[in-house]
Write a protein that binds this ligand. Structure first.
Ligand code: DGL
Length: 272
């Protein structure tokens, strides 16, 4: 059984678009329906209960669109509500933690891996636990970077921007001397700060983008479940948000590397 139904992808805001870009590259003939909870971003500073509630509402909205798979393109949701979503959803689910952890383990040579994430992600130790399960010998260094999300949501991402550089230095200074050779960008907003992060960390540290790894993993899940789309034309994604679309449209172009046009629809997520 193949399926032309869409893949549902969600995040607290814009960050998941860094994953959508990779999905469009890895699975170009699949339709993507994206929900960004822009009215309630950030999730990363909220309680576990609130994050879980929001995650199930986001998934319920996507299920109304008959999606065949749900992807939490959000490190915070994947870390805090991943197990509940996996168990509670009627379609295959993946978050970003597991695929990204696998990639980091494949890539490190020193056995020292850094993890950047929101406060909720780092407090959950989701990446650290996953990494240590895959290889108990690894040394994992975690750092919460709560100011990165507002910088990205406001489009303040240029490596020439003094504020962006200072914030990055403040968060990354300790990690720079920890001997890591792989650094997980454990929040889907962070790939937009790749240049700043990599300038500071230097070329000896490989940055691991959770969006790309998750897209590759989702392709595997769809193949195994016989759910790949059988029409081979390229499809345009649909975008939904929970607050005024204008701000989203202007910054979303940065994430996707292309103009969004006016393809974003506002919905009331509290109904779900
Ligand atoms: N993009 C979300 C993540 O990957 C974080 C943004 C937020 O704090 O809402 O964790």
């Amino acid at each position: 059984m193949q399926s032309d139904n869409a893949i549902g992808v969600f995040d607290s805001g814009l960050g998941g678009l860094s994953a959508v870009k990779e999905f469009m590259r890895v699975l170009p003939t699949e339709k993507i329906i994206y929900f960004g909870d822009t009215g309630r971003v950030p999730y990363g500073t909220r309680s576990r209960e609130t994050i879980k509630k929001y995650a199930f509402q986001d998934a319920a909205f996507l299920l109304e669109h008959k999606v065949k798979m749900i992807v939490a393109a959000c490190g915070t949701v994947s870390s805090v509500a991943g197990a509940d979503l996996e168990e509670g959803l009627p379609v295959p689910y993946t978050g970003v933690v597991n695929p990204t952890a696998y990639a980091a383990v494949r890539k490190t040579k020193s056995g020292r891996i850094g993890v950047l994430g929101t406060s909720a992600t780092i407090a959950s130790h989701s990446y650290k636990r996953r990494l240590e399960k895959l290889n108990p010998e690894l040394e994992v260094f975690e750092k919460a970077c709560p100011l990165f999300v507002p910088l990205v949501e406001n489009g303040i991402i240029s490596p020439d921007d003094q504020i962006t550089r200072l914030v990055a230095e403040r968060y990354l200074a300790e990690l720079k001397h920890s001997g890591i050779d792989a650094l997980i960008l454990g929040c889907t907003h962070y790939p937009l700060l790749k240049e700043v992060i990599s300038d500071f960390m230097g070329s000896g540290v490989e940055l691991i983008d959770s969006g790309r790894e998750t897209a590759v993993y989702a392709a595997k899940v769809l193949t195994e479940n016989n759910l790949l789309c059988d029409t081979l034309s390229q499809k345009s994604p649909e975008f939904y948000v929970s607050d005024a679309p204008e701000g989203f449209e202007s910054v979303a172009g940065l994430f996707l590397g292309r103009d969004m046009g006016h393809t974003v629809t506002q919905i009331d997520i509290e109904q779900f």
